[in-house]
Design a protein around this ligand. Structure first.
Ligand code: EPZ
Length: 421
């Protein structure tokens, strides 16, 4: 097991950081590679543990997978599918393994997947995924911790999602592209990762329109071919580094970002007294004076992203005044508040709301990461705290942030990786 040891900074972060490809875009795109017998090449893929777990699952299903970590490039060829099963161990390590369900249903008419189960931030049900598959004609049976999906043929249909679930939208898209006829997903998720998946499916020959809106139309049934695709930059990694510049009073340049994916984060940073400037090389982020408190409510895209809630709680912990954060997407996503309180933050949680009284400064101590965004929030607080902070269970953080310690050191942070005896 490893930990990060982080020293509080006197000076703000300075320099340039190149943002990696998006974890939450590449995972469904890797599942989509199962939809064709031909070779697909996915570029700008960071070798994160979640990505590596997904490549292992594709191999278990029978695909040939070659991951050139140096070049951040994955080649997948699913000429034959030898298995339609994913075990509990796989699902336990990575919930997103459930994203192969739609592709296996579309390609083989059969999938037997371990139910992903909950995690720290919520129960993470898959009822909307199953509702979509059933609407397309699949039968689903749940027993012994598995869900078995079978479908002689998949037929297009209209599906209304009770909640604009990202995963359910993606899984239904992956099943619908091989279903015969027209599928309309209503109240669909609008996240940039949905559009990146749709772009990849179109490059494979699929007929998809409406991605990025709440109604996605798919004319399915055509055979799909291989494609080459470059994954979009990770908007949450970018937002996290923007928050790092904000909390340390620094001035950094982010390269390889898509500003249109960061609008809600840029807007809320401006309310905090943080300046962002579009320059030819990317986006420059700096802070003008003390951080201002804000009211923040997480919403599905284009609202403020739930994955940026924890990093923003760190910002609000040292803002000048009272902030309120409301988490509307997940039912238990304030666990990081307890760890921040150990650093001196003044936070009161009431169900889905957190009231944060900004303090002059936080102090370093021993804390632990409970999920990847909570872990990132602790790094941010540690950078701004007085003294030294030890963050354990950093495997959570490394699921979604590639070489975060190296990238931060290049900006002037004092962060070291140490083995925990
Ligand atoms: C994706 O998770 C992301 N993960 C999450 O990022 C992100 O926080 C989330 O979308 C919201 O943006 C990946 O893309 C791999 P949801 P997902 O289905 O698809 C409820 C990170 O930190 N729901 O949109 O699982 C669910 O309980 C991770 O990178 C149902 O009720 O999120 C939750 O309350 C964390 N039934 C809400 O919808 C369902 O069938 C949002 O979940 C599915 C979801």
């Amino acid at each position: 097991m490893e930990k990060f040891v982080v020293k509080g900074l006197e000076e703000g972060l300075q320099g340039t950081v190149k943002i990696s490809g998006s974890k939450n875009a590449v995972l469904p795109i890797l599942a989509a590679c199962l939809l064709t017998k031909e070779c697909c090449e996915i570029r700008n893929v960071p070798p994160l543990s979640d990505v590596i777990h997904m490549t292992e699952l594709l191999r278990e299903l029978g695909a040939q997978v070659e991951f050139s970590e140096e070049q951040e490039r994955i080649r997948v060829r699913a000429e034959t599918i030898e298995s339609v099963e994913s075990e509990y161990e796989t699902a336990r390590k990575m919930r997103a393994s459930f994203l192969v369900a739609g592709a296996l249903l579309g390609r083989c008419g059969h999938a037997r997947l371990s139910l992903p189960g909950g995690c720290q931030i919520g129960s993470r049900p898959v009822d909307l995924h199953l509702k979509g598959f059933q609407a397309l004609g699949a039968k689903s049976r749940q027993e012994y911790g598995f869900v078995e999906l079978t479908a002689k043929t998949l037929k297009g249909n209209s599906i209304y999602l009770d909640f604009p679930s990202v995963g359910a939208t993606e899984n239904i898209m992956l099943a619908a592209v091989l279903a015969k006829g027209c599928t309309v997903i209503e109240n669909a998720a609008e996240e940039p990762e949905i559009c990146d998946l749709a772009d990849f499916l179109r490059e494979m020959g699929a007929d998809i329109t409406g991605d990025g809106t709440d109604a996605i139309t798919i004319i399915g049934g055509k055979e799909l071919h291989g494609a080459v695709h470059e994954v979009i930059p990770d908007r949450i990694e970018a937002g996290t580094f923007m928050a790092a510049a904000a909390i340390t009073g620094g001035n950094i340049l982010l390269e390889n970002i898509r500003e249109e994916h960061l609008k809600p984060v840029i807007a809320k940073l401006a309310e905090c007294n943080v300046r962002t400037e579009t320059v030819p090389e990317g986006l420059r982020v700096s802070r003008k004076g003390r951080l201002h408190p804000i009211q923040l409510k997480t919403m599905p895209f284009p609202g403020f992203p739930t994955d940026m809630q924890a990093p923003f709680m760190s910002l609000m912990a040292v803002a000048k005044g009272t902030s309120v954060i409301t988490e509307t997407v997940f039912e238990n996503r304030f666990i990081h508040a307890g760890e921040l309180q150990r650093m001196g933050a003044d936070i009161k949680i009431d169900s889905r709301s957190a009231v944060i009284e900004g303090v002059e400064t936080l102090t370093g101590t021993k804390v632990k990461a409970t999920d990847l965004r909570a872990g990132a929030a602790l790094i941010l607080s540690a950078l701004a705290a007085k003294g030294e902070t030890e963050i354990s269970d950093i495997y959570h953080i490394e699921r979604g942030y590639y070489k975060i310690d190296e990238k931060l050191r290049a900006l002037g942070a004092e962060i070291e990786r140490k083995d925990v005896p």
